[in-house]
Design a protein around this ligand. Sequence first.
Ligand code: ZN
Length: 88
Amino acid sequence: MTDDIRGWIFIAVFFLLPGLIGAWTAWSKGRNPFTWFLLNFVFPPTLMVTLFQKPLRPVSGHYRQCPKCKEFIKWRETVCKYCQTELV
Ligand SMILES: [Zn+2]
């Protein structure tokens, strides 16, 4: 019984958690959260891909696109870190 619970905790920490973090991160980058949940859940190391990949499109409150160089920057940043363009 206790071993069962330990097993579930192990699954939750090493599979479910990366899955959920991956789903949230993917969603904040304009990607499909279900696809990335499955991918990160089945194979947790892919979480690194999810965390470091670029956003697909501007997402309100998370990422916006620089009008000059088209790179994605964080929503709260006021200066583009790639071309130093000031954003309003
Ligand atoms: Zn820029």
